[in-house]
Design a protein around this ligand. Structure first.
Ligand SMILES: Cc1ncc(COP(=O)(O)O)c(C=O)c1O
Length: 372
């Protein structure tokens, strides 16, 4: 039995109580009209039937060129890039393609909510390794201790939801060193790759030849172009892994909607929108953090993503879910308890807020938060 996710529950509660919804991670502003026009043009041009199974070639070529220019890795658009129905489907398909009953998959907790059910649906066993509590940095000794002869894959997410940490190139080196003597595959969830702050660079698995050779690198256009409802992303992986991926993909979704693919292919010819995204969100992060400074919530570091974790221990003794419910119904701001990203609900008095919102929305939320 699979329950309703906390994101659905909190969004419904926010709506019921007229709360500012800083819970679920989606923007409350529109995407670039140029992108909308490109979809319209693609539909008018007749791109409305099934595309090739792996995706429209022009989009796969544009994605390969983007990865090469940013991370220096050359993926073959024909055999190494696949267009997916968002990152969630990409991750599930990668898991189904490589995890067999009895295989172990390491996940670093707290983690995105689909990973563990996906592994279990594939018949695999989830091996949970906590990130260091409160800093959410990887604990390499713990990861080393979790590796076994049955480990089939590890899932890494940087920039990290919900911790808002960004792995350094050195941490990617340490991961590579740990995996070197093994055949463990890497599922690298990089959906927030273009939201990295304070001059830090995103250390993509694709930029690390040793990791790239064993990695499914997952991206999401929904996150990058403010269109989370479009559910469209890509997976870059070496040809042998991509071949396995596509065996599942073709019977999973088979293809992904055609006009969006043509639109994204043309929109990617201008790198400015994705190259400017870190600065766009860094400004919002700074505005939000400055406002949080006037509240009794304590902001943890936010190095990337559009999330900000806050410690509320100076305000309340409620558990995280109880605090989020109270914050929504009595204060009018919806948040997500961090405990939901852990199996067994580890409690730290920390909740996650999303700042992918218009400045006015953030100001209304900050005014309300200043009252607690
Ligand atoms: C870490 C992480 N991975 C994957 C996804 C899903 O991306 P998509 O909407 O492209 O399926 C999300 C969305 O919140 C996310 O936070």
């Amino acid at each position: 039995m699979v329950g309703t996710t906390i994101f659905t529950v909190m969004s419904a509660l926010a709506q019921q109580h007229g709360a500012v919804n800083l819970g679920q991670g989606f923007p409350d502003f529109e995407c670039d009209p140029v992108l909308l026009d490109a979809v319209n043009s693609a539909m008018r041009a007749g791109h409305n039937q099934y595309p090739p199974m792996a995706g429209v070639p022009a989009l796969r070529e544009a994605v390969a060129a983007k990865i090469e220019s940013l991370y220096g890795a050359r993926y073959d658009p024909g055999s190494e890039i696949t267009v997916t129905a968002g990152a969630t489907q990409a991750i599930f398909t990668a898991i189904l393609a490589c995890v067999h009953p009895g295989d172990e998959v390491i996940v670093l907790e707290p983690c995105y909510d689909s990973y563990c059910p996906n592994i279990e649906l594939a018949g695999g066993r989830v091996v949970r390794v906590p990130l260091t509590p409160r800093t959410f940095r990887p604990d390499f000794a713990a990861i080393a201790g979790a590796l076994s002869a049955r480990t089939r894959a590890i899932i890494v997410n940087s920039p990290h939801n919900p911790g808002a940490t960004v792995w350094s190139a050195e941490e990617m080196d340490r991961l590579a060193a740990l995996l070197r003597p093994t055949e463990v595959l890497l599922i690298s969830d990089e959906v927030y790759e273009h939201m990295v702050f304070d001059g830090q660079c995103h250390a993509s698995a694709s930029a690390h030849p040793e990791l790239a050779a064993r990695a499914f690198v997952v991206s999401s256009f929904g996150k990058t172009f403010h269109v989370t409802g479009w559910k469209i992303g890509t997976v870059a992986a070496p040809a042998a892994l991509t071949a396995e991926f596509r065996k599942v993909h073709q019977f999973n979704v088979f293809t992904v909607n055609t006009p969006m693919q043509f639109a994204l292919a043309s929109y990617l010819s201008d790198p400015a929108p994705y190259l400017g995204l870190s600065a766009f969100y860094q400004r919002k992060r700074d505005l939000f953090r400055e406002g949080l400074g006037a509240t009794r919530l304590r902001a943890l570091p936010s190095q990337g993503t559009y999330f900000q974790c806050v410690d509320y221990s100076a305000v309340s003794d409620l558990d995280e879910a109880g605090f989020c419910r109270w914050l929504t119904t009595d204060i009018g701001v919806a948040a997500i308890p961090l405990s939901v990203f852990y199996d067994g609900g580890f409690e730290q008095r920390i909740v996650r807020l999303c700042f992918a919102k218009r400045d006015e929305t953030l100001r209304v939320a900050l005014d309300r938060l200043a009252k607690i």
